[in-house]
Design a binder for this molecule. Structure first.
Ligand code: ADP
Length: 775
C-alpha cells in the first residue's frame, strides 16, 4: 500500500487545488449555447457555437440587443430576471427563426452579479411535459418513499425511481461522512456492471469547490464527457473584465480531472442530484451511463424536484432511524437497569447476557472492573492490557465519562490492540472503589473497503505542488485512515451516563439499606443484652428462695420426711445450685455484651502470676501441675480484668480436662513473624512433635499470637468450633469436675471485644493448644 509522502504538504496543496476556480472555466458544454447580457439586455458574451444552432457567428450577435434574437414576449421574461436575486432563474420555451428554419429551444435565464445569462438548449418539442403526467409520477413515487420503514430501503427506492426516469446504466446514492469521505449506500445498476455498493471514497475525490457548487445548484448534467468544451467570446466579460461566473449555468463545462476520473470507470454521461440536509450537502444521487446520453431539461427538472423531495423526506428518515436507534437504546437501558437493580450478583447482572452490555453502546467489546476484578466481554484487549489502560486513565483522564475514536493516538500502548480497541468509551463509576466499565470498538479499517487507493487521487506535479488526479484503478484498496474507530454517538454517551447514574443509585441505596440493617441489628443486640441481663438477674431471686426453703426443709423437717423425700429435696438443692451457676454465666455474658473496654498497658507476666497464684490457692493438687512459661510474655494494651478472665478460664480448662499422671501446661506466644506459618504448618503442638490438626481459620496476625497448650484429653475434630458456643459441654456433669459450659463462650466474647480471634488445634488423647490474639 502506498504511503502518504507528506500529509501536511498534501493538505495545503489540496486546499490550493480546492481554490482552483471551477466555476469560471470560460467555456460551456456543446449541447447548448450561452448568451451573457448586460443590464440593458445587450449581448456582451456568447459561446463560440452560435453558428451551429442559430446560423449566426458570435460577432453577428455581440453588441446587439436581445430583441435582435428573440420576440418581445421572451425578452420580457428575461428582463424579469433583473429584479430577482442572484441565481434565480426563469425557464421557458422559445422559438427562434434561423436560416436552418424555426428551432425550439429550452431557454433558462438567470440573474448573475453583473446582469443576466441566457442558456438555450435545442429541444425536439414545443410541448412541456404534462403537469398531470408529472404529478401522477411524482405522487406515486412520494407515496412509495413515505411507506419505506428505514433509511436503507428508502434510499434504494430513490435510486430505483431516478433510474426509472432517466434510464441510466447505474444510479447510486452516495453519502458523505464527517470527514467528507463518502460511501455508496444504495445502488441500482445494469446487471453486467460490477457493484459499487458499500464502497468508500476519500474526501479528495470530490473537491471542496465541487461540493460547494452542489449545495448551490441541485442538479449537474454532463451528457457527454468526451465532448470538447466551447469557449466564450470574448473570453472576459466586458463589464467586469473577468471570466464570467458560471456557477449557476447548466451548461458550465467540466473539469478535465472530473472527466478523466469518470472515464476511467467507463462513464460517458453523468447526472448528479444533490441531497441536502440542514443546508449541508448530505450526499448525492450519482447517475452514470456508459455512452453519451442527453436528458431533456424538463426531465432533469423532474429529477431535481425528486431530489428536493428526497432531501426533505431524508431529514425525516434520518431522524426516524436515529430515533429508532435511540428507542432501542432506551429500551435496552430500562431492561438493563431493572435487572441490575434486582440482582444479587451485580457483576453477573452487568455482563449477562454479554450482548446486552455491548449493544448498550454498540461496542464490540467491554471490560467491567469492580474492585480490581476485571471481567471481559466480547472482543477486547487482554486482562493485563485492560488493567494498564485503567491505570493510565486513572492518571490522565479527569472526567468520569471519557470517549475517543482514536485511542492509540492518545495512549501509544494501545497500538498493539488497535484491532480491538481503537475506540474507547470509559465510564468511571467510582475511582476510590475502582469501579469502571470500558467499551471498545475496533479500528475502522476492519469494517471499511475503500474504492481504490485514496492516495492515488492526489498527484504530484512537476513543480512540487499536488493536484487532484483521477484514480487509475477501481480495485478495492484499504485506506490509510488508521487507528480510528467509528465515532461514539451522543445518544450512546447518554446511555453510558444513564448506566452510571443507575449503578451509583443502586450502590447508594444498597449502602442505605445496609446502614439501616446495621442500626436495626445494633438496636436488637442491645435489647437482647439488656433482656438477658434483666432475665438472669430477676431469675436469681426466686431461685434463691427455692434454695433457701429447700435447705430449711432439709434442716428442720428431715424427721417428717422419708428417705425418698429427703433425696428429692437434696436434688432440688443441687439443681438450684447448678441453675444459679448457669444464670451467673448468662449474666456475665450479657454484661460483656454491653461492656466497654478499659484498655491499659498490661504486663502479661504480672497478670499471669496473679492467675497462677489464685489457681494454686484454689486447688490442693495444683502442686503436681507443671506450669511452663518458655519466655517472658510481652506488655500489651488491653483490658486487664477481662484478659485475666481469659487466662483463668483457659488455664482452668487445661488442668480440668487432663487425665495424665504428669500434667503440664505451657503458656507462651508467637511473635508476628513466628505466627505467619501457624495455620499452614498443621503440626507442632504436641510435646513430642505429635501432629495436631488445625481446623479454624488463622488470622493474618499483625500482633502476637498467645497460646495455652496442654497434654490433656484433647478435643474431637468436629467439636473444635462448637465448644465455643454457650452451654456447650462435651461431658456429663459427673466427669472432669462438671461446669456450666460457658467458659469458652465468655473467653471468645472477651477476645472479640479486643478485636482478636480465638481458635484451637487438638489431637484426641494427646493434648490441645488454644490460640488467641488481642489486637
Ligand atoms: P466447661 O469447662 O464449663 O464445660 P467451657 O466452655 O470452658 O465449659 O468448655 C467447653 C467444653 O470444651 C468443655 O466441656 C470440654 O469438653 C471442652 N474443653 C475445654 N477446654 C478443654 C481442654 N483444654 N482440653 C480438652 N477439652 C476441653
Amino acid at each position: 500500500m502506498s504511503q502518504p509522502e507528506n500529509t501536511t504538504t498534501q493538505a495545503t496543496a489540496l486546499t490550493n487545488h480546492d481554490r482552483k476556480p471551477i466555476h469560471i472555466p470560460g467555456s460551456i458544454q456543446p449541447h447548448g449555447i450561452l448568451l451573457a447580457l448586460s443590464t440593458q439586455l445587450e449581448i456582451v458574451q456568447v459561446s463560440n457555437n452560435t453558428q451551429v444552432y442559430l446560423c449566426k457567428a458570435p460577432e453577428d450577435l455581440l453588441g446587439r440587443p436581445l430583441s435582435y434574437l428573440l420576440e418581445p414576449q421572451p425578452v420580457e421574461i428575461v428582463k424579469q430576471c433583473l429584479v430577482k436575486k442572484v441565481g434565480s432563474a426563469n425557464a421557458f420555451k422559445v422559438l427562434i427563426n434561423t436560416l436552418y428554419g424555426e428551432i425550439y429551444f429550452d431557454a433558462i435565464a438567470h440573474r448573475t452579479e453583473e446582469a443576466v445569462i441566457l442558456e438555450l438548449e435545442p429541444t425536439d418539442s414545443e410541448f412541456e411535459v404534462s403537469f398531470l403526467n408529472f404529478h401522477s409520477f411524482a405522487s406515486e413515487a412520494i407515496a412509495k418513499m413515505q411507506r419505506t420503514s428505514n433509511l436503507g430501503e428508502f434510499l434504494h427506492l430513490v435510486a430505483q425511481e431516478v433510474q426509472k426516469i432517466i434510464s441510466f446504466d447505474r444510479v447510486m446514492v452516495y453519502q458523505f461522512d464527517e470527514s467528507e469521505a463518502g460511501s455508496v449506500v444504495a445502488e441500482v445498476k445494469r446487471e453486467d456492471l460490477s457493484p459499487y455498493l458499500g464502497l468508500h471514497y476519500p474526501a479528495t475525490d470530490i473537491p471542496a469547490q465541487a461540493r460547494e457548487l452542489y449545495t448551490r445548484c441541485f442538479l449537474r448534467f454532463l451528457p457527454d464527457l468526451t465532448a470538447e468544451p466551447v469557449k466564450l467570446v470574448p473570453t472576459e466579460n466586458p463589464t467586469t473584465h473577468q471570466h464570467l461566473d458560471l456557477s449557476y449555468c447548466l451548461l458550465r463545462s467540466f473539469d478535465w480531472c472530473c472527466a478523466e476520473y469518470h472515464q476511467n470507470m467507463g462513464v460517458k454521461a453523468l447526472l448528479v442530484i444533490s441531497l441536502i440536509q440542514e443546508q449541508k450537502l448530505w450526499g448525492l444521487i450519482s447517475c452514470h451511463h456508459q455512452t453519451p446520453k442527453y436528458i431533456s431539461y424538463e426531465v432533469r427538472k423532474m429529477c431535481e424536484f425528486l431530489g428536493q423531495i428526497v432531501s426533505s423526506e431524508l431529514a425525516h428518515k434520518i431522524s426516524s432511524s436515529e430515533w429508532d436507534y435511540k428507542v432501542k437504546l432506551k429500551s435496552l437501558q430500562s431492561e438493563f437497569l431493572e435487572s441490575i437493580s434486582q440482582a444479587d450478583n451485580f457483576i453477573d447482572a452487568l455482563i449477562k447476557p454479554e450482548i446486552r452490555l455491548l449493544d448498550f453502546v454498540s461496542a464490540s467489546g467491554a471490560a467491567v472492573c469492580l474492585d480490581n476484578e476485571i471481567n471481559l466481554v466480547g472482543t477486547t484487549p487482554n486482562i493485563d492490557e485492560v488493567r494498564a489502560l485503567i491505570e493510565w486513565a486513572d492518571t490522565q483522564v479527569t472526567d468520569n465519562l471519557f470517549s475517543t475514536d482514536s485511542l492509540p493516538k492518545l495512549y501509544p500502548e494501545a497500538l498493539i490492540f488497535k484491532d480491538t480497541a481503537s475506540g474507547l468509551l470509559l465510564l468511571r463509576i467510582s475511582k476510590v472503589r475502582r469501579y469502571y466499565i470500558l467499551w471498545f470498538r475496533p479500528e475502522v479499517i476492519q469494517t471499511v473497503h475503500w474504492a481504490g487507493n485514496p492516495q492515488e487521487s492526489i498527484k504530484a506535479e512537476g513543480d512540487g505542488s499536488y493536484t487532484l488526479s483521477p484514480r487509475k484503478s477501481f480495485e478495492q484498496w484499504q485506506e490509510t485512515v488508521r487507528l480510528t474507530s467509528l465515532p461514539w454517538k451522543g445518544c450512546e454517551l447518554e446511555s453510558a451516563i444513564a448506566l452510571s447514574n443507575a449503578i451509583v443509585g443502586i450502590v447508594l441505596s444498597k449502602a442505605d439499606e445496609l446502614a439501616k440493617i446495621n442500626l436495626e441489628l445494633e438496636r436488637s443486640n442491645q435489647e437482647l443484652a439488656s433482656f438477658a441481663y434483666a432475665a438472669s438477674h430477676d431469675l436469681k431471686e426466686p431461685l434463691r428462695g427455692i434454695y433457701n426453703f429447700s435447705t430449711v426443709l432439709l434442716e428442720d423437717y428431715a424427721q417428717v420426711l422419708d428417705d425418698d423425700g429427703i433425696e428429692c429435696l437434696q436434688t432440688v438443692v443441687s439443681l438450684s445450685v447448678r441453675m444459679e451457676t448457669l444464670i451467673n454465666a448468662l449474666l456475665r455474658l450479657s454484661q460483656l455484651g454491653q461492656a466497654h473496654l478499659r484498655e491499659q498497658a498490661t504486663d502479661l507476666n504480672e497478670l499471669l502470676n496473679q492467675v497462677i497464684d489464685v489457681f494454686r490457692a484454689s486447688r490442693q493438687d495444683s502442686g503436681l501441675v507443671d506450669i511452663r512459661i518458655p519466655r517472658p510474655l510481652p506488655t500489651i494494651q488491653c483490658d486487664r480484668v477481662l484478659v485475666n478472665e481469659v487466662f483463668s478460664n483457659l488455664l482452668g480448662n487445661a488442668f480440668k480436662y487432663n487425665d495424665k499422671a504428669e500434667q503440664w501446661v505451657e503458656i507462651g506466644y508467637l511473635s508476628q513473624e513466628e505466627g505467619q506459618g501457624v495455620g499452614s504448618r498443621g503440626q507442632g503442638a504436641g510435646g513430642a512433635g505429635e501432629a495436631i490438626i488445625h481446623q479454624s481459620p488463622i488470622p493474618n496476625a499483625p500482633c502476637p499470637i498467645f497460646y495455652i497448650r496442654d497434654n490433656g484429653i484433647g478435643i474431637p475434630q468436629h467439636h473444635l468450633e462448637t465448644i465455643f458456643r454457650l452451654f456447650k459441654r462435651l461431658h456429663s456433669q459427673e466427669k472432669y469436675g462438671g461446669g456450666a459450659g460457658a467458659g469458652l463462650a465468655i473467653v471468645k466474647k472477651i477476645v472479640e471485644l479486643h478485636n482478636g480471634q480465638i481458635w484451637v488445634e487438638s489431637t484426641l488423647g494427646v493434648g490441645s493448644i488454644f490460640y488467641f490474639t488481642l489486637e
